[in-house]
Design a protein. Structure first.
Lengths: 274, 234
């Protein structure tokens, strides 16, 4: 999403995801001591993580991207990588370099019992949450005032200024929304996999970007499809070839898409008249 | 209404405007003509706050615009139709129009103005669900002007509205500009097509190498020997 608007790969996106998971872990630990129940912990921890991530996203944009808005494109890219490294090391020093066990925040539903061997409660919760968030995001971008301003900024930033859009605010908002979504993702996946460490964000960020490119940058259904294709490719490669090669196949698909269909699976390139 | 006094501006080390002084009175159509690269577009971008003025004064309704952000200037009532139309290509015609009204908070008024511009340019009503990028050049110009009108401008800045359009379409656009002006909007028009522009405008300025070197009524400029030979090709 951020890429769509400012044509910049936000390398620190994965780190926000990782931070979200850590914050949720800390909050969940505290709440468990006070004896909260499972659902309350999940919701509160997710909420706090989202708020924190929003603040991080906003601040990062302000200190690491905004001063470089008119700089050549390589500069913000380097700044992004720097931020990513900084956040990883910061969490490593502040917390621990080791994997930490993440509590299973998503409870098992009793009614899921009969189908539990096919799909678990956690998977259902993750799927539903994703669907809700994605629908919300689509509605936001398509119909709201700020959403339209985001699209206008993406399509022609100079013109967006001329119709009175405060472009800096729109970009900040984009970072906040992106960061909230990343944090929620971090919490859910952390809870699902049961362990986190400071480096989980790096791969997640790159995979997320790959999925977005696969599906077509800027298209939400595209991102979903890209994620599915990517996930299935990895799973099949791991199953039929070797799990050591799953990343090779994942990025191989990316290379193929970039060669054969650079605008992505669902990305459409409308020709612009001049 | 709008007054520029000794404005200087540029990009990096390149100084595009050396000394621009001009004024636009309420209700007028004033045109700024000049050759390619004289600084016409830069003048408009400086008024809109996209390019920062390095020296001089820009006054609108008696208040300085220098240092204001582009969105604040739109909020004051100065709206530009930039060169090349700059339609949002993947937004529908209707959404493009709505973006024009971005700073407004009166849904009823916006709806009225939407109907108004669709009457002004019926083709826009017909194409309202089409992406802006699929319109023809003339249609895009109509959309760009309409989008600006949706902001309810007090002062409309037009940058080369005739650029790349067929003569028939140009005539149509200029007729509409006259009508918009007659309905109370002040117009500041930048044109390379000096002949057309001077026929439409009340007064004109000539810009040369970043300086306003001549100003007079449009009629007299049309008769001016220098202007004739340099810009009218007569």
């Amino acid at each position: 999403m951020v890429y769509g608007i400012i044509q910049l790969i936000n390398f620190a996106h994965g780190e926000i995801y990782m931070l979200g998971a850590f914050i949720a872990l800390i909050v969940a630990g505290a709440l468990t001591i006070y004896g909260f129940s499972g659902w309350a912990i999940l919701l509160l921890a997710g909420l706090v993580a989202a708020v924190y991530a929003a603040a991080y996203g906003y601040t990062l944009e302000k200190i690491a991207y905004r001063p470089l808005r008119t700089a050549p494109r390589l500069s913000p890219l380097i700044s992004a990588i720097g931020k990513s490294l900084f956040l990883q090391n910061y969490v490593m020093l502040a917390q621990t370099p080791d994997f930490l066990p993440f509590p299973t925040l998503i409870p098992e539903f009793a009614f899921m019992e009969p189908v539990a061997h096919i799909i678990g409660s956690a998977e259902v919760v993750i799927l539903l949450t994703s669907a809700v968030l994605m629908t919300g995001l689509t509605v936001l971008i398509k119909y709201t005032r700020i959403g339209k301003a985001m699209r206008a900024t993406q399509q022609d930033m100079a013109m967006a200024r001329l119709v009175g859009i405060d472009v800096d605010r729109v970009i900040s908002f984009t970072f906040v929304v992106g960061s909230v979504l990343a944090a929620v993702g971090g919490v859910l996946v952390g809870s699902y996999l049961g362990q986190i460490n400071f480096a989980i964000g790096f791969m997640a960020g790159i995979k997320a970007f790959t999925a977005a490119v696969l599906g077509g940058i800027g298209s939400i259904p595209g991102a979903v499809l890209g994620g599915l294709v990517l996930g299935l490719t990895e799973a099949l490669a791991a199953g039929y070839v070797s799990s050591a090669y799953e990343d090779v196949f994942a990025f191989g698909v990316l290379v193929l898409i970039l060669i054969l269909r650079p605008s992505g699976l669902l990305g459409r390139a409308i020709r612009e008249k001049v | 209404m709008l007054e520029l006094r000794g404005v200087q501006a540029g990009y990096g080390r390149i100084q595009a405007l050396r000394e621009v002084s001009l004024s636009v009175g309420a209700g007028e159509i004033v045109t700024l003509i000049g050759a390619n690269g004289a600084g016409k577009s830069t003048t408009l971008m400086t008024i809109c706050g996209v390019v920062a003025a390095q020296a001089g004064e820009i006054l609108f309704e008696g208040e300085s615009l220098r240092g204001l952000s582009p969105d604040a200037i739109v909020g004051r009532g100065i709206v530009q139709v930039p060169e090349g139309r700059r339609i949002f290509p993947r937004m529908s015609v209707r959404e493009n129009l709505e973006m024009g009204a971005y700073l407004r908070r009166d849904p009823a008024g916006i709806r009225r103005d939407l109907e108004y511009v669709m009457k002004l340019f019926p083709i826009l009503a017909e194409r309202r669900h089409q992406p802006g990028g699929t319109l023809s050049g003339g249609e895009q110009q109509m959309l760009a002007i309409s989008r600006a009108l949706l902001a309810r401008p007090k002062l409309l800045l037009l940058d080369e509205p005739s650029l790349g359009l067929a003569p028939l379409v140009i005539r149509q656009i200029f007729t509409i500009i006259r009508r918009i002006n007659a309905e109370g909007t002040t117009v500041f028009l930048v044109e390379q097509n000096a002949n057309q522009a001077l026929k439409l405008a009340h007064r004109g300025y000539v810009l040369e190498n970043g300086r306003t070197v001549l100003n007079d009524t449009a009629e007299k400029l049309l008769g001016n020997e220098e202007v004739k030979s340099a810009y009218l090709g007569i």
